[in-house]
Design a protein around this ligand. Structure first.
Ligand SMILES: [Zn+2]
Length: 280
C-alpha cells in the first residue's frame, strides 16, 4: 500500500516528552497499523512513551481484519475491530456470504472489541448505496449478536446512518461509536441524545475545523473518544506528516483544552468510556 505523506516519520524524543499524557493516560480508539507499514512493536513503544497504552487496530476488508486479529493476539496492548469498510463492499460483491461468514468467525475472538469500520460513504461513493446499506445492516446484526461495539464510518451520509441506526433502537449504552466524527454541533446534539459515542480524530485540531470544534464542545465528555485513524488525519503540530498512535496524545490534549477540562481528568473520563465501550 502507498504510504501517505511520503513515508516514515517518527516523533522526536523531545516531541514525546512534550506531548506525553499524565496518568491515567489515553488510548487510540481507531488506527491502521497495517497501513502504516512500520514494525508494530516500535509503534506501540512510541505510543506507550506518549501515554497511549492501548490501540484498536481496525480492519477494512478480510485481509486487514485478519491482520488486526493476529496483531491483537501477538501484542497485549493491541485490540482489533473487524468489518468490510463501506468502500470495500463493492469489491466483495460476488462473495458476500463467505466474506460475511469470515468476518463473523473473526468477531468471536476475545480481543475483537468492535465491529467496524462499517457504515456509509457517499463521498467516495465506491459502492452502490444499497450495497453499502446491506453490509451496514449485516454488521449491525453482528454487533448486536456479539454484544460488541459498532464502529461507524460516516462520510457525507449522516441522515442515512442515523435513520438506519434508529431502526435498531434502543441501543445499549456505549454500543455505537462514530469514528472520525465529522458532524457539526447539531449532529453532535442528536448523537448525544441517542447515547452514541463520538470519536474525534486529529482533524479536530486543524485551524479551519470550526464546525467540528463546535461539535466537540457540545458533545458530553463522557460520550467522547480520541483516535488517530493513522496513518491519516495527523494532528497539529505534525499536520502533513504520517500519523501514528502516539499522536493521539496531541488530540487528547487539544480536546481537554477545548472542553476546559484538566488533561488528567479528561484522560480519566476517556479511560472510563473506553472500558465501557470496548469492555477491555
Ligand atoms: Zn479508519
Amino acid at each position: 500500500m502507498t504510504k501517505p505523506n511520503g513515508g516514515v516519520f517518527h516523533l522526536a524524543s523531545s516531541d514525546i516528552a512534550e506531548a506525553a499524557l499524565p496518568a491515567p493516560g489515553g488510548f487510540d480508539a481507531h488506527t491502521h497499523m497495517d497501513i502504516m507499514g512500520l514494525p508494530v512493536d516500535g509503534v506501540l513503544a512510541e505510543a506507550a512513551a506518549a501515554g497511549i497504552r492501548r490501540v484498536v487496530n481496525v480492519g477494512c476488508d478480510l485481509a486487514s481484519s485478519r491482520w488486526a486479529v493476529s496483531a491483537a493476539a501477538e501484542y497485549a496492548d493491541a485490540y482489533a475491530a473487524v468489518a468490510i469498510h463501506p468502500n470495500e463492499t463493492g469489491a466483495v460483491y460476488r462473495e458476500q456470504e463467505p466474506a460475511l461468514a469470515a468476518i463473523t468467525a473473526l468477531a468471536d475472538d476475545p480481543k475483537v472489541v468492535a465491529i467496524g469500520e462499517t457504515g456509509l460513504d457517499y463521498y467516495r461513493d465506491y459502492s452502490a448505496h444499497e450495497v453499502q446499506q446491506a453490509w451496514f445492516r449485516a454488521h449491525i446484526d453482528l454487533a448486536r449478536r456479539t454484544g460488541k461495539a459498532l464502529m461507524i464510518h460516516d462520510r457525507d451520509a449522516h441522515d442515512d446512518v442515523l435513520s438506519i441506526l434508529e431502526e435498531y433502537a434502543p441501543w445499549p449504552p456505549y454500543s455505537v461509536i462514530f469514528h472520525c466524527f465529522s458532524g457539526d454541533a447539531v449532529m453532535a446534539q442528536r448523537c448525544a441524545e441517542a447515547g452514541y459515542v463520538m470519536s474525534f480524530a486529529g482533524n479536530v485540531t486543524f485551524r479551519n475545523a470550526v464546525p467540528l470544534q463546535e461539535a466537540a464542545r457540545v458533545a458530553p465528555a463522557q460520550l467522547m473518544l480520541a483516535e488517530t485513524d493513522a496513518p491519516y488525519m495527523t494532528p497539529v503540530p505534525h499536520r502533513g506528516k504520517p500519523n501514528s498512535p502516539a499522536m493521539t496524545a496531541y488530540t487528547i490534549r487539544f480536546l481537554a483544552a477545548l472542553k476546559g477540562v484538566d488533561t488528567a481528568d479528561f484522560c480519566a473520563i476517556l479511560q472510563e468510556t473506553g472500558t465501557r465501550v470496548f469492555a477491555w
